[in-house]
Ligand binder design. Structure first.
Ligand code: GTP
Ligand code: MG
Length: 287
């Protein structure tokens, strides 16, 4: 049923990251707390042992607290080290966490600095986390995928080096993951239809009975009967998204809705929970 979607350009980076991951002492895999399974790279989880990996669920300010807690427990129940946080709200959380790792001891044992690598799909906050560990130097961050263009080693403190990496998507992405990544804005615009993605987001909002958030955000007064298409029409009318013939441009309205979701303007919304997820939806089209 599911399509296999090849993400152009990834294999080169995947191989490079695979090599680096094997050569370092610890791996911090950053996930988006709104969609931890969809933002996890199965290729990496296959090659990293849980003892060397920490799963960091970032952007918890944008996700539903209860669901994020469930994800953290889910990973821990599977024998993985996991921590959820918002680096924006709690900028010291990772440096505090690294203090718990016995860096000095590891670097003495290794006879060189302890090396940590930060990996993850684009835009999950890898560089923001890296910056949180630096005092003066900064690396570039930005609200769109693909900001970091090359891997860079940074000396955090004596005995500790950290590598901020380029965000990569796995080479094969199934339908459920593709939809979640598209809602999060991680799939190239040329590969998606914004209206289709907005409908998928509204399906999720509807399932959580959160339509009233849309109604109040956009000041909708007409009776829209929680109908996604009508809501999109209303957003378009109210935000002046009109086509050349004066008709509402649903594509432009969809882009507004998606941008608002991504920036948290609709309130915290989780796109997937460990309970809801049907593993076969994720696995059936993977190669
Ligand atoms: N709301 C919120 N935004 C965050 C958080 N962490 C990072 N961001 C924002 O997410 C965007 C992407 O952050 P980056 O640090 O550039 O992400 P990255 O993973 O390095 O991205 P690439 O280099 O493109 O792979 C930026 O606009 C950050 O300000 C967070 O905890 N909460
Ligand atoms: Mg980056």
């Amino acid at each position: 049923m599911g399509r296999s979607k090849f993400s152009k350009g990834s294999p080169r980076f995947i191989n490079e990251i695979k090599t680096l991951v094997k050569a370092v002492d610890y791996v911090l895999e950053i996930l988006d707390a709104r969609a931890p399974r969809s933002t996890r790279n199965p290729i990496l989880s296959d090659i990293i042992s849980p003892a060397r990996e920490v799963i960091l669920l970032n952007k918890s300010d944008l996700a539903e607290k209860k669901v994020t807690t469930q994800w953290e427990s889910h990973f821990k129940a599977n024998g993985q080290q996991a921590l959820s946080f918002s680096i924006k709200k709690a900028p010291t959380v990772i440096s505090d966490y690294l203090d718990t790792i016995d860096i000095k001891n590891s670097s003495n044992k290794l006879n060189r600095a302890c090396r940590i690598i930060i990996v993850g799909v684009p835009n999950v906050g890898k560089s923001t986390i890296t910056n949180s560990l630096l005092n003066r130097k900064t690396v570039r961050t930005g609200d769109k995928p693909g900001i970091t263009r090359g891997n860079q080693w940074i000396r955090i403190k004596p005995g500790l080096e950290l590598l901020d990496t380029v965000g990569i998507l796995p080479p094969h992405i199934n339908d459920v993951t593709f939809t979640n990544l598209a809602i999060l804005g991680l799939i190239a615009e040329s590969r998606i239809d914004p209206q289709e993605v907005a409908f998928s987001l509204m399906d999720k909002i509807g399932d959580k009975r959160l339509f009233e958030r849309l109604i109040s955000r956009y000041g909708i007064t007409n009776k829209v009967e929680e109908d996604p298409e009508m809501i999109l029409e209303e957003i378009g009318t109210r935000r002046g998204c009109l086509g050349s013939g004066g008709e509402v441009d649903l594509s432009k309205a969809s882009i507004i809705l998606l941008k608002d979701f991504r920036e948290g303007k609709l309130g915290p919304i989780s796109l997937e929970s460990p309970e809801e997820v049907n593993e076969t939806d994720y696995n059936e089209s993977e190669e």
